[in-house]
Write a protein that binds this ligand. Structure first.
Ligand code: SAH
Length: 403
């Protein structure tokens, strides 16, 4: 097969061979041929040895994203995607708890499918049994191959519908416009899914990201194990996931806080669907203000959950992010009763484990309290962490008990 070739500068293959999937523009010595945006290229090191194949992206600083590490030139054709989906699916069958009906089926580079996110949702009850895929095309390569990928998804999984939710800001770094559309079949306005024994009504076309934050599934179950009899604050609740899991776990009440009225309406609906309306209330506010106000009125909780959006979206924003994490964690800690539990998360890869744990130590010191570290958790296994690819390790969840 005709495939243009990208030659790396000396030693630039080391990081790639160690597992990293991105080749930056300044690591390339020369390009032989004239690859089109998104086209497959063969990547060779300075001694002409094959490193792998990747998608070429002329507009991005990440010039090539590796999808194959074979020694041969592997085209990213339909057969390639069918095989990649089979392997991604087999991995999930192996690691997910039996009965997990909604999960991330393909997680981009971590599944050797650069730029492609596929979330799989199976419906229960009113929406009828069915399976829907919510897909993000976040790189030039998968954008170019969109129709072939959708064919491969249909062939592999026979879903009732496939919806595109490529409305993520990272697309602009590849020179791509946001794009959301129904790609195949039908997707109802809302579907009812099951998670950890709770049900949630979600809207795949309008919810944040792909419609539901699947990466927190196991952390929600973990939080619920401490919830019995607790008064819970679920800050940055989105559609109510943590709080409703806690109510299922026997919480006496949940205050669900978010700045998005749409998310809160969904959270209230979800509380009702589970029969928890009487123990569930919502508060629309900026969490930074609301946590301060709750402290001022001397509110106290047995369990506080903090699951903010990524404060550090780049290396440059690590410092402002530190201040943000420190402030909400300090405020969250001050709202806890003695012996209370803090479930605190950060989903920013740039703000790594060391930084996050340091912020928690500082906040605890500022609060004048010590904490017992009960659990150090990360993302659910359908969001795999790959050696040599630090960006794949992004979610941190700590469960702390105030002493
Ligand atoms: N805990 C959720 C996911 C949280 S995503 C779950 O388990 O599914 C982060 C949420 O924070 C989003 O719903 C977003 O609307 C909300 N958010 C962002 N900035 C906020 C702010 N300053 N105050 C309150 N909520 C905020």
């Amino acid at each position: 097969m005709q495939m243009p070739t990208v030659y790396l500068k000396p030693r630039e293959e080391i990081r790639i061979r160690a597992g990293h999937p991105w080749i930056y523009d300044n690591e390339i010595a020369r390009v032989a041929g004239s690859p089109e945006p998104g086209q497959e290229v063969a990547v060779l090191d300075a001694s002409q040895a094959m490193v792998g194949c990747g998608f070429f992206s002329p507009a991005s600083k990440i010039r090539v994203r590796i999808y194959s590490r074979a020694k041969a030139r592997v085209p990213a054709d339909k057969a390639f995607f069918v095989e990649a989906f089979a392997s991604a699916s087999a991995y999930r069958s192996r690691v997910l708890d039996p009965g997990t009906s909604c999960f991330r089926l393909a997680y981009g580079e971590a599944d050797s499918l650069p730029g492609l996110i596929v979330d799989s949702f199976s419906g229960v009850s009113d929406s009828g049994p069915g399976r829907w895929l919510s897909v993000q095309f976040l790189g030039m390569g998968v954008e170019r191959k969109k129709s072939l990928i959708v064919d491969a998804l249909e062939e592999s999984f026979s879903p009732n519908g496939i919806i595109e939710r490529s409305d993520a800001p990272v697309r602009s770094m590849e020179g791509l416009e946001p794009s959301s559309a129904l790609l195949r079949g039908e997707v109802p306005g809302s579907i009812t899914i099951e998670e950890n024994g709770c049900v949630f009504s979600i809207d795949l076309s309008a919810g944040q990201k792909t419609g539901w934050y699947l990466d927190q599934r196991d952390n929600r179950a973990a939080a619920a194990r401490y919830a019995r009899g607790s008064r819970v604050l679920d800050a940055f609740c989105n559609q109510g996931g943590f709080g409703i899991n806690c109510l299922k776990g026997g919480a006496s009440s949940v205050l669900a806080l978010d700045s998005s009225p749409e998310a809160l309406a969904a959270a209230a609906l979800n509380a009702r669907l589970n029969g928890f309306s009487e123990r569930h209330s919502i508060l629309e506010a900026n969490a930074f203000d609301a946590l301060r106000d709750l402290e001022r009125t001397q509110e106290k909780f047995d369990l506080v959950i903090l699951d903010p959006p990524a404060f550090a979206k780049s290396k440059q924003s690590v410092e402002p992010a530190r201040r943000g994490y420190r402030e909400i964690n300090l405020r969250g800690m001050r709202l806890l009763k003695r012996g209370g539990i803090l479930v605190t998360c950060s989903c920013s890869h740039w703000f790594d484990n060391t930084r996050f744990d340091a912020v928690l130590e500082e906040a605890a010191a500022d609060c004048g309290r010590r904490f017992r570290i009960l659990e150090e958790r990360t993302q659910a296994k359908d969001h795999p962490i790959i050696s040599g690819y630090a960006e794949s390790r992004y979610l941190k969840c700590r469960i702390l008990e105030m002493l």
